[in-house]
Design a protein around this ligand. Structure first.
Ligand SMILES: Cc1cc2nc3c(=O)[nH]c(=O)nc-3n(C[C@H](O)[C@H](O)[C@H](O)COP(=O)(O)O)c2cc1C
Length: 218
C-alpha cells in the first residue's frame, strides 16, 4: 500500500507513523512552574541527539491549552528525563491522564519526588536513571492541531543507580529494564537483543574489510 498522508485523515496518518516508528524510548519528563507546581508526564517522541554536550529531545504534540510540560519548560528552562523501567511502567501510564494544570502526577501515581543537584524540578526516585536538563532550544515544528514543539535539552547531571552501572560506566540493559512504546497501547522491553560489530571499510576499494558479525546465530 502506498499512502499519501495528505489524502487520509490526520489521526490515521498519526496512527501509521506511531505504529511504524517503533520501539520508541520513553522520556518521563518532570518539570516545575515558576510558582512551584510540579508536573510529570511521559513522552515517546523522545531521543538522544548528540554527545558533546550530551543532548536529548522530546516533543509535546499541540493541545489547547498547551501541555503542562511545555508550559513549565518554557517558563523555567529546566526539566528532568526519568527512564521508565518495567517496574514503574504502570505508574508512568497513570501520569498520562488528562489532569488539570497544577495536578501533581507524582502523588497521583505514588512516585517519590527527589531533589536534583542543578535544576529545580524533582526527579523520580524509583527511576533507575534521571537526567537533569537545561533547555537548549524550543522549536515550534508545526502550529497545526496535531503539530507540536521540539524541545532540546542539555544534560547537566546524570543520576544512575549504582547497581546498574559498572566501573567502566557501562549500564547493564537487563538491570535498566527500560520499556519502550509501540503502536496503540502496546509496549516492549529490551529482552530480545542481538549484537553486530560495525564493518571496517577498506579505503582502497571502499568495501568492508570485516563483515558485520551477527552474534545471535541469525
Ligand atoms: C507512553 C506514552 C508516551 C507519550 N508520548 C507523548 C509524546 O511524545 N508527545 C505528546 O505530546 N504526548 C505524549 N503522550 C501523552 C502525554 O503524556 C499526555 O498528553 C500527558 O497528559 C501530558 O501531560 P502534561 O499536560 O502534564 O504535560 C504519551 C503518553 C504515553 C502513555
Amino acid at each position: 500500500m502506498i499512502i499519501d498522508p495528505k489524502t487520509i485523515p490526520v489521526p490515521i496518518a498519526y496512527q501509521v507513523l506511531t505504529s511504524v516508528v517503533i520501539p520508541r524510548p520513553i522520556g518521563f519528563i518532570s518539570s516545575i512552574s515558576n510558582a512551584g507546581l510540579v508536573n510529570l508526564a511521559p513522552f515517546s517522541f523522545f531521543n538522544a541527539v548528540c554527545g558533546e554536550p550530551p543532548m536529548v529531545m522530546f516533543a509535546p504534540v499541540n493541545r489547547n491549552p498547551s501541555k503542562d510540560t511545555l508550559i513549565n519548560v518554557r517558563e523555567t528552562g529546566e526539566f528532568v528525563v526519568n527512564i521508565v523501567s518495567r517496574e514503574i511502567a504502570e505508574k508512568m501510564n497513570l501520569t498520562a491522564g488528562d489532569y488539570p494544570y497544577g495536578a501533581n502526577e507524582f502523588e497521583i501515581a505514588g512516585l517519590t519526588a527527589a531533589p536534583c543537584e542543578v535544576v529545580r524540578p524533582p526527579r523520580v526516585l524509583e527511576s533507575p536513571v534521571n537526567m537533569e536538563c537545561k533547555v537548549h532550544q524550543i522549536i515550534e515544528v508545526s502550529s497545526q492541531s496535531w503539530g507540536g514543539h521540539l524541545i532540546l535539552g542539555e544534560v547537566v547531571r546524570f543520576h544512575v543507580r549504582d547497581s546498574i552501572i559498572d566501573k567502566d560506566m557501562f549500564v547493564d540493559p537487563d538491570k535498566l529494564h527500560a520499556v519502550a512504546r509501540l503502536g496503540g497501547p502496546s509496549y516492549s522491553t529490551t529482552k530480545d537483543r542481538f549484537d553486530m560489530i560495525r564493518p571496517v571499510i577498506d579505503r582502497a576499494n571502499w568495501k568492508p574489510r570485516t563483515a558485520g558479525i551477527c552474534e545471535d546465530g541469525g
